[in-house]
Ligand binder design. Structure first.
Ligand code: HSE
Length: 318
């Protein structure tokens, strides 16, 4: 099977590296890049024309690792309409268009996989799609954005300003190229939208999620909570209240003993509360090239081994 890779930034690079190391028999036939002047490995099979991938009959699976959600959406539709498998890490694109992406994949026999769009390395989508199918999920919540968690950790541990901490998160490659998405909570809302779709079978557009970020949190506020041995975390939550799904993203104060208290730096954590199992927690690196690349490659492996499935199976198929 030949693969096309769209985008060779943070996630694209990590995915490419892991594919080479773990699946040497999988051929990455073309890698779409934008900047013609950038230096890249001489053996990277680059192209500047997306049609070399999308319209290439030899390529059955496309990894889409673009930063820009609008362009990613245009490509995603074309890829699915060609009946190809699409593995995407673009949470904004997926969250804003999930129903259409699923229906297009079904109509044209394409398949879509988006584990890497939610919480970096944490295998939450595949767990919701398999293990938790038998569970009655009451709520899903947690820390879904690595940059804001990293910023809050630096402010708490080192007492540095919000602005300086944001710069650090950008330097580490955790933040979006438009960091407003991180710090205003929109990135977490995108991920929550996807999680709610998988957990409850209900699509809540990210715009309809009540959202507030961390931009107004000062070192003084952090210091005050620290004196009480508490921390501030940006928490996303989707929960059934009297049968109605209620969603939010907002900073909350957590005390020791709270399962999210020790989730620091760029780590993410998801709490799944179910009727049968009670509360379960999945934690791990939520951002970064290799952790997110691992999730991409996990989806590639899934797509390759489940070649016969006509489309991604969601809770709606039950
Ligand atoms: N900017 C995102 C984050 C990257 O900080 O969580 C991973 O989705």
């Amino acid at each position: 099977m030949k693969i096309g890779l769209i985008g060779y930034g943070c996630v694209g690079k990590g995915s490419y590296q892991i594919l080479k190391e773990k699946y040497p028999s999988v051929i990455v036939d073309k890698v779409l890049v934008k900047d013609k002047t950038k230096e890249r490995p001489s053996d990277l099979p680059i192209t500047f024309d997306v049609e070399d991938i999308i319209s290439n009959p030899e390529i059955d699976l496309v990894i889409e690792a673009l930063d820009d959600a609008e362009t990613a959406f245009i490509y995603a539709l074309e890829i699915l309409q060609q009946g190809k498998a699409l593995v995407t890490a673009n949470k904004k694109m997926v969250a804003e268009n999930l129903p259409l992406l699923i229906s297009t994949s079904r109509e044209y026999g394409g398949r879509i996989f988006y584990e890497a769009a939610v919480c970096g390395s944490i295998p939450i989508i595949q767990n919701l799609n398999s293990y938790y199918r038998s569970e009655k999920i009451k709520s899903i919540s947690g820390i879904l954005n690595g940059s804001t968690n990293y910023i809050l950790t630096l402010m708490y541990d080192e007492g540095i300003s919000y602005k300086k901490a944001l710069k650090e998160a950008q330097n580490k490659g955790f933040a979006e190229s438009d960091p407003t998405l991180d710090v205003e909570g929109y990135d977490a809302a995108n991920k929550l939208s996807i999680l709610c779709y998988e957990a409850f079978g209900e699509y809540v557009a990210p715009d309809n999620i009540t959202c507030s970020g961390i931009t107004t949190i000062t070192t003084a506020t952090i210091e005050l909570t620290k004196q009480e041995n508490k921390k501030i975390k940006l928490i996303a939550r989707g929960e059934l209240q009297n049968g109605k799904l209620v969603t939010s993203v907002k900073p909350e104060i957590v005390a020791p003993g709270n399962p999210l208290y020790n989730i620091d730096n760029e780590n993410n954590s998801v709490l799944i509360e179910g009727e049968y199992a009670g509360i379960q927690q999945l934690s791990g690196k939520g951002a970064g090239s290799l952790p997110t690349g691992l999730a991409v490659v996990g989806d590639v492996a899934k797509a390759l081994s489940a070649n016969k499935e006509p489309h991604v199976v969601t809770i709606h198929d039950l």
